[in-house]
Design a protein around this ligand. Sequence first.
Ligand code: NAG
Ligand code: NAG
Ligand code: NAG
Ligand code: NAG
Ligand code: NAG
Ligand code: NAG
Ligand code: NAG
Ligand code: NAG
Length: 510
Amino acid sequence: MVLAKAFVTLLAVASLTGARMMRKDEVRECQAEAVKKWQHGPGPAVFHESMKRSEVQNITFSNPKASEFWVNGSALPLVDFDVGPSWAGLLPISNSPNETRQLFFWFFPPGPEGTLDDLIFWTNGGPGCSSLEGLLQENGPLSWSWGQAKPTINEFSWTNLSSVLWVEQPVGTGFSQGTPNIENEDQLAEQLVGFMQQFLEVFSELKGKKLWLTGESYAGTYVPYIANYIYENPTLLDLSLQGIWISDPSLSWDVVQEEIPAVDFVNKYQGLFSFNQTFLGHLDKKAARCNYTNYVSTYVTYPPTGLLPLPGDSVEFAEGCDVWDDIFNNALIINPAFNVYRIWDTYPILWDVLGFPGSFPQKQSPIYFDRKEVKEAIHAPIDTEWAECSNVNVFPDGDNSLPPAFTVLPNVIEKSVRSVIVHGLADFILIAEGTRIVIQNMTWNGLQGFQTPISNDSFIVDGVGAYGNMHSERGLTYFEVVLSGHMIPQFAPVAAFQIMQYLMGFRDTP
Ligand SMILES: *[C@@H]1O[C@H](CO)[C@@H](O)[C@H](O)[C@H]1NC(C)=O
Ligand SMILES: *[C@@H]1O[C@H](CO)[C@@H](O)[C@H](O)[C@H]1NC(C)=O
Ligand SMILES: *[C@@H]1O[C@H](CO)[C@@H](O)[C@H](O)[C@H]1NC(C)=O
Ligand SMILES: *[C@@H]1O[C@H](CO)[C@@H](O)[C@H](O)[C@H]1NC(C)=O
Ligand SMILES: *[C@@H]1O[C@H](CO)[C@@H](O)[C@H](O)[C@H]1NC(C)=O
Ligand SMILES: *[C@@H]1O[C@H](CO)[C@@H](O)[C@H](O)[C@H]1NC(C)=O
Ligand SMILES: *[C@@H]1O[C@H](CO)[C@@H](O)[C@H](O)[C@H]1NC(C)=O
Ligand SMILES: *[C@@H]1O[C@H](CO)[C@@H](O)[C@H](O)[C@H]1NC(C)=O
């Protein structure tokens, strides 16, 4: 009785001050409106004239072998819409008759507004993680992402831009066949280019197209090395390489991309981590002792004043200086669903039809690409067990290549029309502030780093507004994307689409 009276009084006060409780259906309506804006997808307004260069969107391949790879887009298991024609299967990495190594690919021609002049190549990272994750959960024509009960149409599919080729590479990844034997990134590039040669023999109508190499995470290492290999061996491939996209990329040492920026990251997102004061104090002390505190304000200047030093004697972490694992292990105490790929996930853990990442215990069973009927539909080897990230080591004795920022990346930027590096601001497995360190320590086109600072709120997405930060100098454009974890096309599809339009020259400004 007393309680009820208090409640009535409260309501009265609320209405007096003009506050109101939004009705549930009003909340729902507001959200439905907001979602509609995204589901509407990249309408004609954002398409550039040059994207409709040809009337024909139905690539037909004259080589009869191509038809063996044709996938019936209205017969994909558990998908209740037509994804259109596509081609998938295994092709060898050389024309040697005894070649045992084959890579699995899935190729989609452009949608109605895409151009026939281009070819986008996408690879996931790992090493050993499948590019079918990218296709199904990031930038493909269908989306079956974490927590989705069933697949939906991806209105921001990169097939709206041009043809897209997803490849499971290197050998040892996904459905790909053969025994991994590579020791470094040049060998990886050589095998991939060998595969591409075989691919172009079957799908020869794609010869001569403009090529865009794209990938995420450890593909931040693959893609620059593949691009460099193609630029340095220009006669190998009948494609015209134009530029690269690398998002949340492995470019440098762990200490740079994980350790130095980790405690600053926690402080920035304190409310999300919700660590207690004792632990925050412990982290601050450790960061100070390990030379992480003030590293960014001291050395990450625009322009840089010299080469940037390592904080200690290790490229991983000096003894007693692993703050990243400290943070991870303790975040899991407070939030068992803590997801290094997108830091604001909370309990319960979302189900995932691919079983990874961020949802380790909540696999949907069976895993989509491990279903027999799915394998049959896409010409995948039935007896190969598919896992999103391979249990086989794709570099049996490790990857001997140096990180690309110290080797090939400057050359690739210099030889490309455009290059983009993209980083999600809610990614903890690789941290955006670390990528800034990498860029400021790298010399390309005659100068070290960016010469002028990256302005806040400088990345403007059409129809949305400020969506993070952006900076462009000497052929390299760097984007930091708000509200995105590690997988940019999955978490920020609108932003990812616009960045690709910029990369491919379909818009003049980033
Ligand atoms: C695409 O090409 C194939 C083979 O030439 C043809 O059978 C089919 O009707 C075409 N589809 C469309 C939508 O034009
Ligand atoms: C594609 O699959 C649909 C649905 O199962 C089927 O009706 C159609 O005949 C198939 N098309 C071809 C060419 O096999
Ligand atoms: C295939 O045979 C050639 C010639 O005998 C040999 O040089 C090559 O190593 C073999 N390749 C594989 C993958 O076994
Ligand atoms: C973009 O791709 C999706 C998925 O294929 C498709 O539903 C949509 O119509 C496409 N949008 C445009 C403008 O081409
Ligand atoms: C910066 O580059 C120099 C020269 O390549 C290298 O020795 C140094 O370790 C790099 N610093 C960082 C923080 O990566
Ligand atoms: C921090 O930097 C100082 C000065 O360069 C160095 O002597 C010390 O060993 C570094 N601390 C650690 C933990 O690496
Ligand atoms: C504070 O957090 C640390 C690290 O998770 C934990 O060991 C400690 O027990 C916590 N203190 C309190 C009072 O909860
Ligand atoms: C830019 O934003 C960061 C936080 O994201 C803030 O720390 C910094 O002060 C801002 N810079 C300017 C120039 O406002």
